[in-house]
Write a protein that binds this ligand. Structure first.
Ligand SMILES: Cc1cc2nc3c(=O)[nH]c(=O)nc-3n(C[C@H](O)[C@H](O)[C@H](O)COP(=O)(O)OP(=O)(O)OC[C@H]3O[C@@H](n4cnc5c(N)ncnc54)[C@H](O)[C@@H]3O)c2cc1C
Length: 421
């Protein structure tokens, strides 16, 4: 089925607000549900879909529209190798687990929704433009090799043989065959359909105002419609998880917003479009099936500011032109910003908390699309079986406050007990 974005040109908050259509009231919320999920980004929706498929009643509460947070802003790279940083072995294990789950996750989703997510498996090229960059790229390749990744070093000629439109000064590259990509906007749309097919409910334009608490545990969520009781509440509200607005001082979640600006260029028969995702030190370029070339992304510490800046757009265009001169003739189709949910160690925060009945799925930083399948699996395991399995176990909130660890283990058991039917 073909798919087109509903808002083909959207930018920072100010312009979006001016252009926004009249907002409809949210549908009526149920009085109770098995699992209430706060936030309909890729993470909240993936979890919801997995839990609904396990037979639980799931309700997702979203302040704006589904995907309106970081998820619609993402490029959609599933970049375990390309994103590898020194000291990132635990995160790599989680990322590889998710990469392995992606084909099955995709197949099930597309089958249930009857729609495609533009999954592309051509792989990713990291390239060097100039001598200094070659040395830094060699370091990255050594890092990947030491981590056991099957990435491949290419000289400049080999890079250009794969991508002839790249600037002739391209002097080396790394081919990462396992780093695929999807279209995050399609992914959100497909998740919504698949979730609806499983009986899950998504209530848009209905912010959660507080957690409902009784007898020492979280017992639901409070919205302007009142209380919706839930056996488990999952906090998947992205960059807003760290504000503490929903639980006051009861829990410290070390997550902050990290702004990213990106843009979409429209390629034509005359300009051509790369076949692979291409990374330089400044930008990444991601070709989509519908002829868009996504250029991303800035990384900016500026709180919840979502303005598009001249400097940001300039850096993206300059970085893209440095690698691919043909972008000069491409039309700019859209410019946007998004707020990555970034934790203190750049890794996600998954699992139970010291507040009984509340689980976390946030802090996915630059990798929320990549990590959606493994996150959904981990939270499903927690809710249905009582504990997370695999690499996800190392990503609990307890790692930021080890003294809380014993409490967290106790809560993991109590989640499953509550859901036994
Ligand atoms: C420019 C850019 C490029 C990126 N590229 C990639 C990439 O290529 N690959 C990749 O893996 N990742 C990428 N990311 C990161 C990725 O987008 C995020 O990690 C991911 O989208 C996080 O998903 P989420 O569902 O946790 O958060 P979000 O998508 O932000 O969703 C959280 C939702 O919670 C809602 N919410 C907040 N408070 C409340 C409340 N009180 N009540 C109800 N709802 C609430 C928000 O409105 C929002 O919709 C990129 C990010 C940016 C900004």
């Amino acid at each position: 089925m073909s798919w087109r974005p509903e808002t083909p040109f959207f930018v920072g908050d100010r312009l979006r607000a001016a252009d926004a259509p009249e907002r409809a009231d949210a549908r009526a919320q149920p009085s109770s549900t098995d699992v209430a999920i706060i936030g309909a980004g890729v993470i909240g929706l993936s979890i919801a879909w997995r839990l609904a498929a396990s037979g639980l009643a799931v309700t997702v509460f979203e302040r704006e529209e589904a995907g309106a947070g970081a998820s619609h802003a993402a490029t959609g790279m599933l970049a375990a190798a390309t994103e590898l940083e020194p000291g990132g072995d635990d995160l790599l294990a989680l990322a590889l687990e998710s990469q392995q789950q992606w084909p099955g996750f995709r197949a099930a989703l597309e089958a249930e929704a009857g729609m495609e997510i533009d999954y592309r498996d051509e792989g990713t090229l990291e390239i060097a433009l100039g001598r200094d960059e070659v040395e830094r790229l060699r370091f990255r390749h050594r890092l990947q090799t030491r981590a056991g990744l099957a990435t491949q070093w290419l000289d400049g000629a080999c890079v250009r043989a794969r991508e002839p439109a790249l600037r002739p000064s391209v002097s080396a590259g790394i081919f990462c065959p396992g780093d695929h990509q999807v279209d995050p906007r399609r992914l959100v749309a497909v998740l919504l359909r698949a979730l609806a097919a499983r009986g899950g409910v998504v209530l848009e334009r209905l912010p959660v105002l507080a957690l409902d608490r009784a007898g020492g545990r979280v017992t639901g969520v409070v919205t302007r419609q009142g209380v919706c009781r839930a056996t488990t509440v999952v906090l998947a509200n992205g960059a807003w998880a760290g504000t503490g607005e929903l639980f006051g001082g009861a829990l410290a979640v070390p997550v902050r917003p990290l702004k990213g600006q990106a843009l979409a260029l429209r390629a034509s028969a005359r300009t051509g479009i790369p076949a692979h995702v291409v990374w330089t030190e400044q930008v990444h370029l991601a070709p989509k099936a519908d002829g868009r070339l996504i250029v991303g992304a800035t990384v900016e510490e500026c709180g919840f500011d979502r303005a598009v800046s001249a400097g940001g757009v300039f850096a993206l265009l300059e970085g893209a032109r440095r690698a691919l001169p043909s972008i000069e003739d491409m039309e700019i189709e859209a410019i946007w910003t998004g707020l990555r949910p970034t934790s203190d160690d750049d890794a996600p925060i998954l699992g139970a908390t010291a507040l009984a009945g509340l689980a976390l799925a946030t802090g996915h930083h630059r990798n929320g699309i990549l990590l959606a399948p493994v996150t959904a699996q981990a939270i499903r395991d927690l809710v249905v079986a009582g504990a997370m399995s695999g690499a996800a176990q190392r990503f609990g909130l307890a790692r930021f406050a080890p003294a809380e660890a014993s409490k967290v283990r106790y809560q993991e058991t109590s989640h499953a007990a509550q859901h036994q039917r």
